[in-house]
Design a protein around this ligand. Structure first.
Ligand code: GAL
Length: 718
């Protein structure tokens, strides 16, 4: 590739100059281009274990090449590193007004400038302090670049807080006694980090806006996952001690009552022993697992098994795996070290025989994140020699990669749940979840997931009131995995009779939107665009354009002020759909509409343009808005994901008054044949005729990888 062989930036120089305080000048980086718009630098001795290495990322060069060439972000030319106290110190400059996003899956804040975090895999604890399920050491700047530290250490990040005594932009000293504008947080002009290791790899991703930076990051990591079609339907996790009969009864109830269901989740009680686990079926609750799974499959319903990796003495692999487990236990279960080939082999053999070959479609990989007093401590030792700290940072990521490989070998796509991840995960077919259960913060996590290259579900479990139940179910239906997790409470979608029909309506809407959602995930896979997007990723809304959006004046108008704030209670699904959820106790809210016209999804009426609108939508529906020219393809409200052999009519909605076109993606929905070119992109075209009326057209491919028969156009805006 032309680019890769071209330029090298900077020099790794140890200039012997000293500052007046006597410190040696740190060294600049040597940046090697590794793909169009992506550079790498190795500082000191890099660790053998890195997140990108564990995830075995295979950059999607076709997608990166399509995005094209772009210059190295000039500002980062001034970045420096040094070694001190056996650690690696990094410093990346910042400009005034520059905003930072990312630094992992956060639940309270989207913008990260001015924060301090120690990135550490853990169950989220209510604070954005770095302890989270996916503490991805990656940040995106509003000036159009991203920085990734490819290290599995507990990295401390000062995201624009430290003030160098002799920095170029050192703020002036002030007198608090006499100066009212004395600032407790004087201006900081850099992101600084401590990597507790002798070296690290650093990557830089360029972009003309935040979206392009995320695209390059996701594409470099292999492109986002493309779930099987069933993965995007509705899923219900049954109570932990349910038997096969009880599950089948529940599935039949969903059907009889008209609630959609695409896969069921079995919780710990499917096994003979759990916490720690045997990984084999309980012979009383599940006497014939293959028959049970075949019964589900006849309805095109898949299954997902809960596990955590910690092995019990009652597991058939216990003795074999024992030599490959760590020094400490988790719930008295042994902790396999998957960096050893035998541990990987024994798990693969047992799981393949017990689960994959009888028809299990995926896993929920629990408790690979924390909490500290459950998991192995940092003094733990592992047979591969990898330290406990790095083990903690990569354990969930490694399990995702390992299981994805098992399914890939069978040319079968999976889609599961996991509680820990790290950098390099976009291509892995897993969605993060947790026990934290704060509805508002769950929505903020949907926003921040788009800057971390991970998927997140704000799962619904139970609720105190019917109002809360409906609000939670509404948001779940606009997330990467529409899931009711009834493992403890046994809640059903219809548990609250007064909202049961509204819950049904939003679940069916989710099913209707499958063609739109599937294409949105195809964009994630082929183009690197996150399926769920923080508002800061929307065109014309991010970066400098924000303050001057439209003709608005940033000093006095509420829109400009609103867009400067952290926008964490509304988000985009794909290119066109803006979701503005309400929470229990709320009857109205403000919605920030980016520049351009936005229309009500349900009525097609103009809702506003580049402004803050106040809405009081009632309880029944989740507020949804569609961008000017938005094209939303929908299928009928089906109860199960359509089978591979099924073909359905399509209704394509168009919003607004302008001509538009959008390409619809399709393939077999279940295998990796798309990697061998078996897919279709079909142009949905809306043009004005001679009378100035909007008309739609398409040329339907006659391809096996296309599952739609006819199209009817609905012009929603009259
Ligand atoms: C929790 C998990 C829940 C449920 C439960 C079963 O750790 O977050 O979703 O699976 O374990 O014991």
């Amino acid at each position: 590739m032309r680019l890769v062989s071209s330029f090298i930036f900077g020099f790794s120089v140890c200039i012997l100059l000293k500052t007046s305080s006597g410190f040696a000048q740190p060294a600049t980086f040597e940046w090697q281009p590794v793909a169009p718009g992506v550079w790498k630098s190795v500082v000191g001795t890099s660790d053998g274990v890195t997140p990108l290495g564990i995830a075995e990322v295979k950059p999607r060069l076709d997608g990166l090449q399509k995005l094209g060439d772009i210059a190295f972000p000039a500002l980062l030319g001034e970045s420096v590193h040094e070694k001190a106290d056996g650690k690696t110190l990094l410093r990346f400059p910042l400009k005034p007004g520059e905003q930072l996003f990312g630094l992992g899956l956060n639940f309270k804040t989207v913008q990260q400038r001015g924060t301090i975090k120690t990135l550490h895999v853990d169950h989220y604890n209510g604070k954005d302090n770095g302890r989270t399920h996916a503490p991805v050491p990656f940040y995106v700047s509003s000036l159009g670049y991203g920085v990734l530290i490819n290290s599995a250490r507990y990295i401390t990040v000062y995201a624009g807080t430290g003030v160098l005594a002799e920095g170029k932009n050192a703020p002036p000293e002030m007198n608090r006694n006499s100066q009212k504008n004395w600032n407790p947080q004087p201006y900081s002009d850099a992101v600084e980090m401590v990597v507790p290791a002798a070296g690290t790899e650093v990557y830089v991703f360029a972009g003309r806006n935040a979206m392009e930076v995320m695209q390059r990051y996701n594409l470099y990591c292999g492109g986002g996952t493309l779930p099987p079609k069933w993965g995007l339907g509705f899923t219900h996790r049954t109570p932990t001690l349910f038997t096969d009969e009880q599950i089948l009864k529940e599935v039949a109830e969903f059907e009889a009552k008209g609630y959609p269901l695409s896969f069921v989740g079995l919780e710990p009680g499917w096994q003979s022993h759990s916490y720690p686990n045997s990984f084999v079926w309980d012979s009383v609750r599940f006497p014939k697992p293959d028959r049970f799974l075949a019964q589900l499959a006849r309805k095109n319903i898949r299954s997902n098994l809960w596990i955590n990796p910690y092995v019990s003495t009652h597991s058939p692999i216990f003795k074999d795996v024992l030599p490959y487990t760590g020094s400490h236990t988790v719930w008295v279960g042994r902790v396999p070290d998957f960096n050893t080939a035998p541990a990987r082999r024994f798990y693969k053999e047992l799981f393949s025989k017990q689960h994959l070959s009888v028809g299990v479609s995926g896993y929920k990989v629990d408790e690979v994140d924390g909490y500290d007093n459950w998991l192995w401590p940092d003094v733990a030792r592992f047979p591969s020699g990898i330290g406990a700290e790095q083990m903690r940072q990569i354990y969930g990521l490694q399990f995702q990669k390992m299981t994805d490989d098992w399914f890939r070998e069978r040319n079968q796509r999976t889609y599961g749940l996991v509680r820990a991840s790290n950098a390099g995960s976009p291509a892995l077919p897993y969605v993060i979840y947790n026990d934290y259960y704060d509805h508002r913060d769950f929505i903020t996590a949907l926003c921040t997931s788009s800057f971390a290259g991970v998927l997140w579900t704000p799962e619904a479990r139970s609720s105190k009131t019917s109002e809360e139940w409906l609000r939670r179910m509404q948001t779940v239906c606009f997330s990467p995995m529409a899931m009711l997790n009834a493992w403890a409470d046994g809640t059903k979608p219809w548990t609250f009779p007064d909202v049961a029909e509204d819950v049904k309506a939003v679940m069916l809407l989710r099913m209707q939107l499958l063609p739109y959602l599937y294409t949105t995930f195809a964009q994630y896979h082929f183009e690197g665009k996150p399926p769920i997007r923080a508002m800061n990723l929307v065109d014309g809304f991010s970066f400098d354009e924000r303050a001057t959006a439209g003709s608005l004046n940033s000093t006095e108008n509420p829109y400009a002020m609103a867009v400067k704030k952290d926008i964490k209670d509304q988000f985009m699904v794909g290119d066109y759909l803006l979701v503005a959820p309400l929470f229990a106790g709320e009857t109205s809210r403000n919605v920030i509409l980016p520049p351009g016209n936005w229309y009500d999804f349900y009525t097609g009426k103009l809702a506003g343009a580049g402004e803050v609108i106040a809405i009081s939508p009632g309880l029944a529906k989740i507020p949804l808005f569609v961008k000017e020219g938005g094209i939303i393809p929908m299928i009928p409200p089906v109860l199960h994901t359509p089978a591979e052999t099924e073909k359905l009519p399509l209704t394509v909605r168009h919003y607004g008054k302008t001509e538009a076109s959008w390409t619809l993606y399709d393939d077999d929905g279940q295998t990796f044949d798309y990697d061998r070119g078996r897919f279709t992109w079909t142009k949905l075209d809306v043009k004005k005729n001679k009378k100035g009326e909007l008309t739609g057209s398409w040329i339907a491919p006659k391809d096996l990888a296309f599952h739609y028969t006819t199209v009817s156009w609905e012009f929603m805006t009259r």
